[in-house]
Design a protein around this ligand. Structure first.
Ligand SMILES: Cc1cc2nc3c(=O)[nH]c(=O)nc-3n(C[C@H](O)[C@H](O)[C@H](O)COP(=O)(O)OP(=O)(O)OC[C@H]3O[C@@H](n4cnc5c(N)ncnc54)[C@H](O)[C@@H]3O)c2cc1C
Length: 374
């Protein structure tokens, strides 16, 4: 088969949130990049649905904030319900959004310097100076650097000689669904957070997404085989009432109008990452507990640090060495954000399970952090 050669500065494997925002920023700096994804469009799967103020600030500085879909509208003042007390919270710098619509928007609005190829990867070869990706269609992509942004899918780790290190005590399970008022009118609140903080359940957050609809996320520290998971799927309204009593007193009588999506996560971080010519970003590098709301913070920090402080220097040199890559992974802002994301996961786990507050687990957590080099 004759190979169709594509020469590009950077190859990005995975055109999800991380891959797309990095491609947008690089292309705006006149750096050519080729995104490769095995699926188009990006499917309707359960991921981040709210942008926090600091995430919004960095999305603006990366020039992609306006690509959020639906177009960014502040959540406004929301109600909090914690330990029997209701209070107001200013969420005017938070934005609700649809993840898959946003990724598809980012894909369709890529600048000319960035190209998306939808194909299957057959082979990957990395070296200090030239990286090669061979696609099923016969195309061969050559670049100076490969960015692996495949979102925790894990299917390409072997090709790069990468492996995951798991921390068994950190896991979480989240639910997401849409609700509407039973009388069809609009909700008279912008959003509502209901803290349970017992029985392994962190909190419920509901926020307006337009069309008289609210999106609801419920965050727990349950394992997949917890019997409450199937109860939630099969009898959602009763299970919500069990863990969030009298929710309708706060938001009005409601009904669930979508499928209940369920997403389990466990903590992992990749090892063997100091390789010349390639770096890993987003959920593929380190998983995140959805309850912490730090997944996008990690991604926007990576995109900002990489594009502003590392890639332009690397491209000015002949090659991207393993020492260059090592320095990037030790970037202070990036590592602080990754540590913060993991510590926030510890916080939720410890809050819901007193056993983890003991001296023994403090030592185990310290050793784990040392082991994970975070
Ligand atoms: C339920 C849930 C709720 C969350 N809530 C929040 C929140 O409120 N706030 C927050 O900040 N974070 C949240 N997160 C975390 C956040 O969603 C993730 O950190 C973020 O979506 C990861 O983006 P990514 O680009 O790494 O992966 P993705 O956006 O999933 O992209 C991965 C891409 O790689 C492609 N791909 C995979 N394998 C291959 C392959 N072999 N070849 C080519 N392409 C491939 C996929 O098709 C996909 O397009 C949540 C996560 C979950 C699961």
């Amino acid at each position: 088969m004759t190979l169709n050669l594509i020469d590009t500065d950077i190859s990005i494997v995975g055109a999800g949130f991380a891959g797309c925002i990095i491609a947008h920023k690089l292309a705006s700096m006149n750096i050519s990049c080729t995104l490769i994804d095995r699926k188009d469009p990006f499917p309707d799967i359960f991921r981040a649905e709210k942008v926090e103020p600091e995430q919004a600030r960095l999305l603006k500085s990366l020039g992609v904030f306006d690509y959020l879909s639906p177009s960014p509208t502040p959540v406004g003042t929301i109600k909090l319900f914690k330990k029997g007390i209701t209070s107001d919270f200013d969420a005017s710098k938070q934005y609700g959004f649809r993840y898959s619509d946003t990724v598809n928007n980012l894909r369709s609005l890529l600048p000319v310097k960035a190209k998306l190829i939808v194909d299957k990867i057959d082979d990957i070869r990395t070296s200090t100076c030239t990286q090669e990706i061979k696609l099923s269609s016969g195309k061969l992509i050559k670049s100076k650097l490969i960015i692996l942004a495949s979102g925790g899918n894990g299917s390409l780790l072997k090709s790069f000689g990468l492996r995951r290190r798991y921390q068994a005590s950190l896991h979480s399970l989240s639910f997401g669904f849409d609700i509407e008022k039973t009388d069809g009118t609009n909700f008279d609140i912008n959003g509502f957070n209901y803290y349970n903080e017992s029985d392994g359940v962190d909190y419920l957050t509901a926020f307006n997404i337009g069309n008289n609809t609210m999106r609801v996320n419920v965050f727990t520290q349950w394992q997949k085989d917890n019997p409450s998971v199937s109860a939630f799927r099969e009898n959602s309204m009763q299970t919500i009432e069990k863990y969030f009593p009298k929710l309708s007193d706060h938001i009005g009588e409601y009904k669930i109008i979508s499928k209940v999506q369920v997403f389990p996560t466990s903590f992992y971080r990749l090892k063997n990452i100091y390789q010349a010519g390639m770096i890993v970003v987003g959920d593929e590098l380190q998983s995140v507990s959805p309850a912490t709301g730090t997944g996008l913070s990690k991604i926007v920090t990576e995109a900002d640090r990489l594009t502003e402080h590392y890639i332009p220097k690397w491209l000015a040199n002949e090659c991207v060495t393993s020492y260059d890559v090592w320095k990037y992974y030790h970037d202070k802002e990036k590592s602080t954000m990754e540590r913060h994301s993991k510590n926030a996961w510890h916080y939720y786990r410890n809050m819901l399970n007193p056993k983890y507050k003991s001296f023994k687990y403090k030592i185990i957590d310290r050793l784990n952090n040392y082991y994970f080099k975070l």
